[in-house]
Design a protein around this ligand. Structure first.
Ligand code: ZN
Length: 235
């Protein structure tokens, strides 16, 4: 009886305040979260996890030894994925990060052995000041979604961000590399020693931020590192 009342109330709320798709704005039906099924199916996937030597892995060649690296969706100017990333990063919609993390992990799990051997998830940390302003770390929310599907634990405190860097959108690639040197510091090596760490981030562009993050713990003796991002910036 009580269940029926709840269902009735939630239908009524939906009728009065319909939840809408982040991309196309059409009303969502039950079971859809933030994105309608058609928009989710139509987001451009890279399928990089099915390629050996994919373009994301290549970004790090000669710089750091990654076991595997992939980005799940394409992110380019004017694309639907851009709306989603903006909602996650600047629109306060952290929950979309979790939903997208879940979708990505479920598909990766179904199509590949990408998560085999991974011990823990490590979202790229934000500077405390940036996190206070935004109210959350979007990569942590993406990691929550991945963790929900894979049951892998999330490690948030082994590395600290010590330097705040200004927004990078107007910098040349070379300036970006310079800018992110040593902005992360390894605080708890014992939490990572001997583990295969999967670093999680929202978007990879030049790879500079992810690289700086990974370099902060790459000195560990036994650790292995892989990288998974929700999207890759494409031209
Ligand atoms: Zn839609």
């Amino acid at each position: 009886m009580l269940n029926k009342v709840f269902t009735y109330i939630s239908s009524l709320i939906n009728l009065l305040f319909p939840r809408c798709c982040t991309v196309c704005d059409s009303p969502l039906v039950r079971g859809e979260d933030f994105l309608c099924t058609s928009c989710l199916l139509n987001l451009p996937r890279t399928n990089y996890h099915l390629l050996s030597e994919n373009p994301v892995e290549r970004l790090f060649w000669g710089r750091i030894n990654l076991i595997k690296a992939t980005s799940y969706f394409y992110y380019y100017r004017g694309s639907e994925m851009r709306k989603i990333i903006h909602a996650i990063k600047y629109g306060g919609k952290k929950e979309i990060g979790e939903v997208m993390g879940r979708n990505m992990a479920a598909e990766l799990l179904q199509q590949s052995n990408f998560f085999d051997g991974i011990d823990l998830l490590m979202p790229v940390v934000l500077h405390p000041k940036r996190q206070r302003i935004r109210g959350y770390n979007q990569s942590e929310w993406i990691a929550k979604g991945v963790s929900h599907v894979t049951d892998l634990p999330i490690e948030m405190h082994a590395v600290k961000r010590v330097k705040h860097v200004e927004t990078q959108t107007r910098k040349t690639p070379f300036q970006r590399w310079e800018n992110v040197q040593q902005i992360f510091q390894l605080e708890h090596p014992e939490r990572l020693e001997g583990k295969h760490i999967l670093v999680i981030d929202d978007v990879v562009t030049t790879g500079a931020t992810a690289l700086a993050f990974i370099e902060s713990f790459a000195t560990l003796k036994e650790a292995k590192v892989s990288l998974l991002t929700l999207a890759v910036a494409a031209q």
